[in-house]
Design a protein around this ligand. Structure first.
Ligand SMILES: [Zn+2]
Length: 273
């Protein structure tokens, strides 16, 4: 009992971080300073175990889109009084040769796209929609909140020291961030987190000069993929519901006016690969 009380006090002390995107206090049991080095090491490890595509037009496109989204995120955060928010980020964007329909962003801006998702994306603008959405999860620390909640649920004390080095912890970490290509191994984000990331993501793509109308189109294609063949990994954590498509269609107009504030009045033409 005493242990539980002690843990709760720690949770209270450490968890009250204000989310700059919602202005609300959110659960952030694990700090960036603790999490980023672990994430960076995990990312490097993942890359050594994967077939990283380099030097191709597609690999270059992933980097180009990633850089534009990162710049958009910085401009947007600066304009919203969050200067320095990204100072510890070490952005990296890699394409790996893997048929899984998946993409993810680890804490600190470590991004992976799987070649399997390119078929569904079909064009660079849709890549920007996925990139914006994944970056939004990372910016809003959604994975972190999910990890924190799980630690509390399990009554685990990780205060002051989270060393994700053993195989079991590593597996858990990957689950919370959607890393890996095993559908069953990935935990879904909450609907609230998904809505938040859809909204921030579509702003970021528009500010980066990509037509936000394409976001809803992408999710329509995702949804079509879930019929018949094995459902894409991405869909196990990102249901392509009619509500989602409708919300994105409605949000596109707001994203365009948001982009105008940054001087973006025209978008790149949408051309299939
Ligand atoms: Zn998501």
């Amino acid at each position: 009992m005493k242990k539980i009380i002690t843990l709760s006090v720690f949770v209270f002390m450490l968890s009250c971080a204000t989310n700059p995107f919602t202005g609300k206090k959110t659960l952030a049991f694990v700090s960036n300073a603790q999490l980023f080095p672990t994430a960076f090491a995990q990312y490097d490890q993942f890359l050594t175990e994967s077939k990283v595509v380099t030097g191709t037009a597609k690999a270059e496109m992933i980097k180009r889109v990633g850089e534009r989204i990162a710049v958009a995120a910085e401009r947007w955060l600066d304009a919203n009084g969050q200067q320095g928010y990204l100072k510890d980020y070490k952005w990296e964007y890699n394409l790996v040769n893997d048929p899984a329909v998946n993409a993810w962003c680890m804490p600190g801006g470590k991004i992976v796209f799987y070649t399997g998702i390119l078929d569904v994306a079909q064009n660079e603008t849709a890549i920007a929609a996925i990139m914006g959405h994944e970056v939004a999860h990372a910016l809003a620390n959604h994975g972190q909140q999910r990890m924190s909640a799980a630690y509390i649920q399990q009554g685990l004390s990780v205060v002051g020291n989270i060393a994700i080095t053993d195989a079991k912890s590593r597996q858990a970490f990957n689950q919370y961030y959607g890393v890996g290509s095993n559908v069953l191994g990935m935990l879904p984000f909450s609907r609230k987190h998904e809505n938040e990331s859809d909204k921030i993501g579509i702003y970021l793509m528009a500010i980066a000069g990509y037509n936000p109308d394409e976001a809803a189109e992408l999710w329509k294609r995702m949804g079509a993929r879930s019929n018949g063949q094995a459902p894409p990994e991405f869909l196990s954590t990102h249901p392509a519901s009619a509500t989602r498509v409708k919300n994105l269609q409605a949000e596109a107009a707001t994203a365009k006016s948001e982009a105008r504030k940054f001087g973006v009045t025209q978008f790149r033409p949408i051309k299939n690969f």
